[in-house]
Design a protein around this ligand. Structure first.
Ligand code: ADP
Ligand code: TPP
Ligand code: MG
Length: 319
């Protein structure tokens, strides 16, 4: 957020909520499960019969998760996208979300842009905003999203087994590279687009139910998030094949080989799915096999030269 409100009489909290956050869902059926949305002490929701609810929450802070000079519409889109990516990783269909917004001031241009970007993705994904909270302070966006899966079919981090293939739902490295370019003053191009507007892989996640043995979305980098799967699956290990790592050469063309590898494996901000598949499962279209699960703990890389090197599961860490 870069500019202050020019209004002499800023909107009060309730008018602001009515103006920017009472949104009529565009999607057929979106909102049908909402008995009471924003406006009462809490939302009243109708869980889909026979389904389990899946809940997640991620907070995005200015300067930590998105740059202070990012357009408000992109901030709105991105903050919802990172939460939808967690629903995708569980194989869930999005239903409802709560928005907790901390604003330094009432800037109506910013709010109009933010809500526009957020609802653009909400409508595309079929998720309804059902409530939230607004307070004053340094800009922070916290979203709690709920989805549903048929009972017993949610994807977990914990089901990987030795011998299974490790797959990626898309290329990695573009997100953090986009941030680096942003920090160098660039404002357009495919890597920047990837960083500004990550595309949660909801359809892929849903298609992996009853097929993938484990799944996670990559927010902290391939190695760090693969390591969560290995830990959750009982302390297994993995071997990755350097030659098989998907690389969008156009996106990472301005990086040397070592930087490309670092971004691909440790970048973060990717929001593609990483999942494990038994050897008889077909590989979904657009996905890449990057290695396999092994009994021996730790992550190893088979290099282009055929050497096996140990890798540390380093990735993004807040502390
Ligand atoms: N403050 C918290 N209280 C309880 N559980 C938490 C808290 N923060 C994170 N978790 C849980 O820890 C797990 C890992 O969180 P996180 O690393 O944020 O995952 P993700 O990358 O999927 O967002 C999740 O199951 C999340 O719900
Ligand atoms: C301004 C800015 N600096 C740095 C980053 C890089 N970054 C910040 S948090 C993060 C990891 C993901 O965020 P986190 O809060 O750990 O989300 P979660 O893993 O819980 O989904 C990355 C790669 C960024 N996105 N924006
Ligand atoms: Mg999280």
């Amino acid at each position: 957020m870069t500019s202050a409100s020019s209004s002499d009489n800023p909107l009060d909290e309730f008018s602001l909520i009515r103006r920017y956050f009472h949104h009529q869902p565009h999607h057929a059926g979106q909102g049908d499960s909402v008995s009471m949305g924003p406006g009462d002490d809490a939302a009243i929701l109708i869980p889909p019969p026979g389904q389990q609810l899946v809940m997640t929450q991620d907070t995005s802070l200015e300067g930590r998760h998105f740059p202070a000079d990012m357009a408000a519409a992109d901030v709105g889109y991105r903050c919802l996208a990172v939460n939808l990516s967690d629903l995708a990783a569980m194989g869930a269909c999005p239903l409802w979300f709560l928005l907790s917004l901390t604003l330094p001031e009432v800037d109506e241009d910013w709010l109009a842009g933010f809500s526009h970007g957020m609802f653009e993705l909400a409508d595309a994904a079929g998720i309804a905003l059902v409530g939230g909270d607004i307070t004053r302070g340094p800009l922070a966006v916290s979203i709690q999203a709920t989805g549903a899966v048929p009972a017993g079919q949610a994807l977990r981090r914990s089901g990987a087994r030795a011998g299974e293939r490790i797959c990626l739902g898309g290329v990695t490295g573009a997100g953090l590279h986009g941030l680096h370019l942003w920090q160098q003053g660039r404002r357009d191009g495919p890597a920047i687009d990837h960083f500004r507007r990550p595309q949660p892989q909801l359809e892929l996640g849903q298609s992996l139910r009853k097929r993938a043995s484990a799944c996670i979305d990559i927010s902290d980098g391939v190695l760090a998030d693969l390591n969560h799967v290995l830990d959750a699956s009982g302390g297994l290990g993995a071997q990755l094949d350097e030659a098989a790592l998907p690389l969008d050469a156009a996106i990472l063309s301005d990086c040397d080989h070592q930087e490309q590898r670092r971004l691909q494996l440790q970048g973060g901000d990717d929001y593609v799915l990483l999942f494990t598949l038994a050897t008889d499962e077909p590989i979904p279209a657009g996905c890449h096999v990057i290695g396999h699960i092994e009994e021996a703990p730790g992550i190893r890389l088979k290099t282009m030269a055929g050497e096996i090197r140990s890798l540390s599961a380093k990735g993004w860490q807040h502390f």
